[in-house]
Design a protein. Structure first.
Ligand code: NAD
Length: 501
């Protein structure tokens, strides 16, 4: 294992932290050292913001199609390096290699997609209410964007933010999560090699309390794009609002799958296992609730128990592994605490429930895939985000009740329904208030060209991905061009008779 020192990237140079301090990241499956990283602080953020502010003056005027060419090159490099990046991702945060490949692919897709936006970035043209006057609206970049990201999608999420920011002509100060700094570095390396001018993207690694805080408080960072927990995000928004920042928040979830009595139970079982235990349950869209019609509850529960019991825990790099480690020891303890809470609340532990410590597993942070049955919708395990391989079966008697249960949490990210009845599917689409909804699929699987985000405590009204992302990273400028040669007053002057220009 390498003990290479990885540095911050400021004004086009890889530099040590001003304080000279470093921090380590270890592989959550094996405990081996992944790398040693510069531990940035306020001074480094100051330098990064200065570099990004200086670069904004020219980057905003660099033609957008040419910005797109840089992103096309970056996307191709990500594609060329996909396998290496995926392996490094698994080492750094634990997800199984196939899912790590998917994470890299999402970054590739987003980078190609936003590269194409360089030749669109559409605004509107409209008729004027006056003669000899031309109206249009154009998108303008905003300035230095503060980008703060979590560890669970360490390439995909930074790319969801960085690529729309860059194509629109903004510059960036990027703080990756402290558990996945190397993936942050890899993304910035690619952008550097693709020809991004110095200062356009700057990377400062370090803790949320120091680096994140300094970005949020900085007066020359007008925009913050944050993904992480609802607790941290709410704090970010509160502090940012005091200085009138534009803030987008993507936060926690408590996503639910509905399984109706007419559902294909084999398909539903596949969808639930993938959504509940993929990335060890550490996806923002993880299915941590299964709202099941009472008439199929027993059969679904038995199918889930049989399949979950056969899932193999292990190092995500091994082809035989179904479920990798969770990200840290602390997260492992939190998950296990929730198992105790569930039992104490009276839910039936159908399978799992233990920290896995056999043999090699004792070197990492592994938790058995866990299914609770006979869960009531008001229990804590049915209301709070656990962020681990734990799911809760909540029996109901009707679609109405199922929809109420799905909507009855503080979050609103993703939901799904398994049913063979098109009327029920459309009822769910109409009455479930999440940002994302699936029919006959699990709760995960978003594609990058549709809006991504959640309602209620999951977000604050913005969306990532698709062209919706551009709405956050640009300001509209409405432009009125009067070519009549005289003063024309909108809303006041009558239009001239026919024949007059
Ligand atoms: P987190 O809130 O602990 O950290 C997120 C980022 O914020 C990290 O970079 C962290 O260093 C930084 N941070 C922490 N304290 C800060 C502070 N005081 N000021 C500024 N920045 C600070 O979240 P996490 O554990 O990294 O990620 C897991 C959470 O992210 C889960 O709740 C999950 O649901 C959520 N998530 C949401 C989405 C979504 O799109 N809705 C996607 C992925 C993850």
């Amino acid at each position: 294992m390498t003990s290479e020192l990885y540095r911050n990237y400021i004004a086009g140079k890889w530099v040590d932290a001003g304080s000279g301090q470093t921090f380590e990241r270890r592989n959550p499956a094996t405990g081996e050292l992944v790398g040693v990283f510069a531990k940035g602080g306020k001074e480094d953020v100051e330098n990064a913001v200065q570099a990004a502010s200086a670069a904004f003056a020219s980057w905003r005027l660099y033609p957008a199609p040419k910005r797109g060419e840089i992103l096309y090159r970056a996307a191709q490099m990500l594609l060329d390096r996909k396998e290496d990046l995926a392996r490094e991702m698994t080492e750094e945060m634990g997800k199984v290699i196939d899912e790590a490949r998917g994470d890299v692919q999402e970054a590739i897709d987003m980078t190609f997609y936003m590269a194409g936006e360089g030749r669109r970035l559409y605004g509107q043209t409209t008729p004027s209410e006056l003669r000899s006057k031309f109206n249009m609206s154009v998108r303008k970049p905003i300035g230095v964007c503060g980008i703060i990201t979590p560890w669970n999608f360490p390439l995909a999420i930074p790319s969801w933010k960085m690529m729309p920011a860059l194509i629109a002509g903004n510059t960036v100060v990027f703080k990756p999560a402290s558990f996945t700094p190397r993936m942050g570095i890899r993304l910035v390396e690619v952008l550097e090699e693709a020809g991004l001018p110095p200062g356009v993207v700057n990377l400062v690694m370090g803790s949320g309390a120091e680096v994140g805080d300094a970005i949020i408080e900085h007066p020359d960072v007008p925009l913050i794009s944050f993904t992480g927990s609802t607790e941290t995000g709410t704090d970010v928004a509160t502090r940012g609002a005091r200085v009138n920042k534009r803030i987008s928040l993507e936060m926690g979830g408590k996503n639910a799958v509905i399984v109706m009595d007419d559902a294909d139970l084999g398909l539903a079982t596949d969808g639930i296992l993938w959504s509940a235990f993929g990335t060890s349950g550490q996806r923002c869209t993880a299915a941590s609730r299964v709202v099941v019609h009472r008439s199929v509850q027993k059969e679904l529960s038995e199918r889930l128990v049989a399949r979950a019991g056969g899932m193999r825990l292990g190092n995500g790099l091994e082809a035989t592994t179904d479920i990798g480690p969770v990200v840290t020891e602390r997260q492992l303890e939190t998950i296990n605490d929730y198992v105790h809470v569930g039992r104490a609340e009276g839910a039936r532990l159908a399978t799992g429930g233990e920290i896995a410590r056999d043999g090699e597993l004792s070197r990492g942070f592994f938790h058995q895939p866990t299914v609770f049955d006979e869960v009531r919708a008001d229990m804590r395990i049915a209301q709070e985000e656990i962020f681990g391989p734990v799911t809760a079966l909540i029996p109901v008697d009707s679609l109405d009740e199922a929809i109420d249960v799905v909507n009855g949490v503080k979050y609103g990210l993703s939901a799904s329904i398994f049913t063979a009845d098109i009327n029920r599917a459309f009822r769910a689409m109409q009455d479930i208030f999440t940002g994302i909804l699936y029919v006959n699929a699990g709760t995960t699987g978003a594609e990058i060209h549709l809006p991504f985000g959640g309602t209620k405590a999951t977000g604050n009204g913005h969306r990532e991905a698709g062209t919706a992302a551009l709405d956050f990273f640009t300001e509209w400028q409405s432009i009125y061009v009067d070519f009549s040669g005289r003063l024309q007053r909108a809303q006041i002057d009558p239009i001239e008779e026919d024949g007059k220009p």
